[in-house]
Design a protein around this ligand. Structure first.
Ligand SMILES: Nc1ncnc2c1ncn2[C@@H]1O[C@H](COP(=O)(O)OP(=O)(O)OP(=O)(O)O)[C@@H](O)[C@H]1O
Length: 767
């Protein structure tokens, strides 16, 4: 008799559960030879499956020794057993253990890939064995669409294709009707001509006519080992050698070699790394398990989207500007997007400067009339105006009370610097001082004259306001409540601030008997006045000097707005003013106005896309030669404890949210993955390397994770484009570091889940 293929010498195996030790095998001595068809029988619990699992390298043994081709296995570690399962045995399971969503071909190819075969070789071998087990024509059928008999044939083909020389079958006919079962037994008989077949069965009568040997187990002990008929071992010894080394039996895989071919083959072999196999299975899984892929991706999209918001909110709240109150003393316009700039060399801001500044990223607009940007305006925009606000104006005119509420609307002057002709739907950009452009549905607004009210409590003294009549020359394309005024009007109204070398204030002595007082006025142009004609409000609480000629002083102011003592005296013709409410204003002729004043454009307002970019833009402006200040920061100086508390609460909620979502995400994802654990166990049984399986998990999760992150980011930017408030702010605050945190959070979640699942598979496999 030839050398035994597999030998067990005194092998024992016991299972230790909570409070029990079960001796499944007790001092088993057995030799198995090539060409044998062995039936292992015995009553339930006798140790049949344990014996098969020990022989198959799926369960370790506690005592004794198992020899494979004469070599002992006592020194085998996990990797050796893995290699053993891969190269030495083919396993047939009672429940077929197929990958249901793979095709017939892919199920066999999977087993061959586990052995490191190339794609071409694996497919060619698979086709050979598909034909051998009678499944020709079913190559592309998914395994779960096959009948029970066909499934078992496929399971046999998968084991056979590995050409290991040893086929282990655990009740392969257990789930089949007797006719189908018989055909499988016959097939195994056929197979045993070329290898050793060991089969566990409960139905010995069925296999009796075919097997060569019968081993009966009882309570882990061999109670009989009978040679039923002569095996083919002697005839087939030579063949065994070839099968052992894993050489291909089938003629379909030619072994013709020459130098050139060898190089090509070794190149080809280098391609088939663990990563290559893992990618193959990942692609196959994605193709055949779309619902699973969708489910994982959807779940991860939710996680990504929520983590994007929570990380973004944390990032946003790391800036404590949200805890400040805005006082508006320095800059009336409460806009967190405004930056006030001045040239470091003190020169005026030219059109070239504006062009240059606009080139800086995130800067949307530049208005060279900075001071006018703090002037509040109200313009009649619809026909309801008189009804809505007429009363308040009338009251103000009569009582001289505080600025009417409508002027406190969040509407501040912007000059036509901020728009171009392209922004107009119809009409022209304003040319004359009292012309404006605005948005309206009604194109007929062009040419219409409207009353416009201005007030500027931090530029002009007190709560005074002035009324002008403006004419609409163009209609804007973009729907906005903003009206754009000429630079001349903007400058005229803010001139008492924006002129460094000759700031003007009008100063005249009021004579009331012996009492002399001084009163200052802000000059505004009235086109109807000529030469030295001026109008003053009569409503001056007794300060009105009376109609007629009066001497007025024009003071020179230094850079800080202080009168240096020098003054020019002019004789003015004072006319009483019909509009009596503007007490601090003196209407002068255009000619007189420009005699003393020329616009300087020393300070400009820069409007940025979002407050989040303030630091970046301040730095850029500083580098480009400008002093720059965020008007919002300058105005928001006092801290609110309530707002600070709210900020801390949000920071706490976001942090807790991220931690909870990580743990919940891990548990849910792992639970979802365990639904597929059986497939992983099958892969391990057929000898797939742990490394390949690990990679499959990592790559699959990485793909879902990347898709989810991309979708979450795209969603966020769509919402930002749609102007969804809180998302807009969050996205603006996202910086490189924040994106890294977002990516790391999601990748870490998937990596930890994959690791957890791999660990779970390992535990399940060793159970
Ligand atoms: N994983 C395990 N943990 C604990 N005990 C086990 C385990 N597997 C098997 N056993 C025990 O070992 C003994 C042998 O079991 P085994 O499955 O090998 O018997 P069997 O002859 O194949 O039974 P059956 O015909 O019912 O499949 C039984 O008592 C069984 O309960």
């Amino acid at each position: 008799m030839s050398k035994a293929k597999i030998s067990l010498a005194g092998v024992s195996k016991s299972y230790i559960s909570e409070n029990e030790v079960t001796q499944a095998l007790h001092k088993i001595n057995l030799d198995f030879y090539f060409g044998e068809f062995v039936a292992i029988t015995g009553e339930s619990g006798g140790g049949k499956s344990t014996l098969l699992n020990v022989i198959g390298g799926m369960t370790g043994y506690d005592d004794g020794e198992m020899y494979v081709d004469g070599e002992p296995t006592f020194q085998y570690d996990d990797a050796d057993w893995e290699e053993y399962r891969r190269r030495k045995v083919g396993y047939i399971f009672q429940d077929y253990s197929l990958i249901g969503h793979y095709t017939v071909l892919d199920n066999i190819v999977s087993g061959l890939f586990a052995m490191g075969k190339s794609k071409e070789e694996a497919e060619s071998l698979a086709m050979t064995y598909i034909e051998k087990v009678g499944l020709k024509g079913y190559e592309t059928h998914p395994a779960n669409e096959l009948s029970s008999g066909q499934k078992q044939r496929l399971s046999i083909a998968r084991a056979l294709a590995k050409q290991t020389g040893v086929i282990l079958a655990d009740e392969p006919t257990g789930n089949l009707d007797s006719e189908t079962g018989l055909s499988i037994v016959k097939l195994l008989k056929e197979i045993s001509k070329e290898c050793l077949v060991i089969m566990v069965t409960h139905n010995y009568e069925q296999v009796e006519p075919y097997v060569t040997r019968k081993i009966r187990l009882h309570e882990g002990v061999i109670i009989s080992d009978i040679q039923v008929r002569e095996s083919k071992e002697n005839k087939s010894d030579e063949k065994a050698g070839t099968a052992d080394t894993g050489e291909v039996v089938s003629s379909s895989v030619s072994t013709e070699k020459n130098g050139k071919k060898e190089t090509a083959e070794s190149d080809e072999a280098a391609k088939y790394t663990d990563t290559w196999y893992a990618k193959f299975f990942v692609m196959l899984n994605l193709k055949t398990q779309r619902a699973k892929a969708m489910l994982f991706t959807l779940f991860l999209i939710v996680v990504s989207a929520v983590s994007f918001v929570l990380i973004g909110e944390l990032n946003l709240k790391s800036d404590d500007i949200c805890t400040k109150n805005y006082d508006g003393l320095a800059f009336a316009r409460q806009s967190d997007k405004r930056i006030s700039v001045k040239k470091k060399n003190g020169k005026k801001i030219t059109a070239d400067d504006i062009k240059q500044i606009k080139k800086i990223r995130y800067i949307e607009n530049v208005d060279s009339c900075d001071y006018a940007n703090d002037i509040n305006y109200y313009i009649i925009e619809d026909r309801d105006y008189e009804m809505q606000y007429g009363m308040q104006i009338t009251q103000r005119e009569i009582q001289g009370s505080a600025t009417p509420a409508f002027l406190k609307d969040d509407k501040f002057m912007l000059s036509t610097d901020c728009i171009t002709k392209d922004d107009l739907k119809k009409g022209e950009l304003p040319k004359k001082m009292d012309e404006v452009v605005m948005y309206s549905d009604d194109d007929k607004l062009i040419g219409k004259e409207m009353d416009c009210y201005f007030s500027a409590y931090n530029i002009w003294d007190g709560d005074d306001y002035i009324k002008c009549t403006v004419k609409v020359t163009g209609i804007l394309k973009k729907k906005t409540t903003q009206v754009y005024f000429t630079k001349e009007l903007c400058n005229m109204l803010s001139m008492n601030l924006d002129s460094s070398d000759f700031r003007l204030l009008y100063d005249y002595d009021v004579s009331m008997g012996d009492y002399k007082a001084k009163r200052k006025f802000i000059p505004v142009i009235n086109n109807e006045l000529k030469g030295n004609e001026v109008t003053l409000s009569k409503n001056l609480n007794g300060d009105y000097p009376g109609d007629g000629k009066h001497k007025l002083r024009i003071q020179k102011l230094d850079e800080n707005g202080k009168a240096d003592g020098d003054y020019i005296e002019e004789e003015m013709e004072v006319l009483s003013k019909k509009n009596e409410d503007s007490r601090n204003f003196m209407e002068v002729s255009r000619e007189f106005f420009y005699k003393y004043y020329s616009p300087k454009y020393l300070q400009a307002s820069v409007y940025i896309a979002n407050y989040a970019k303030t630091d970046y833009i301040l730095k850029k402006l500083e580098k480009s030669g400008y002093y720059a200040v965020s008007t919002y920061r300058a105005g928001a100086t006092s801290k609110s404890d309530t707002k600070e508390q709210q900020r801390l609460v949000i920071i706490g909620i976001c942090t807790a949210g991220l931690v909870v979502m990580f743990i919940a995400g891990f548990l849910i994802l792992r639970a979802m993955m365990t639904l597929n654990v059986k497939e992983y166990i099958v892969f391990r049984f057929i000898g797939m390397k742990k490394g390949v399986l690990r990679r499959i998990n990592y790559i699959e999760l990485a793909i879902y994770c990347v898709i989810a992150m991309v979708v979450a980011l795209v969603l966020a930017f769509i919402l930002r484009l749609a102007g969804v408030g809180f998302i807009t702010d969050i996205t603006w605050y996202y910086r490189f570091g924040t994106y890294i945190c977002f990516v790391l959070y999601n990748i870490l979640l998937c990596a930890v889940t994959a690791m957890g699942f791999n660990h779970y598979v390992k535990r399940r496999f060793h159970q």
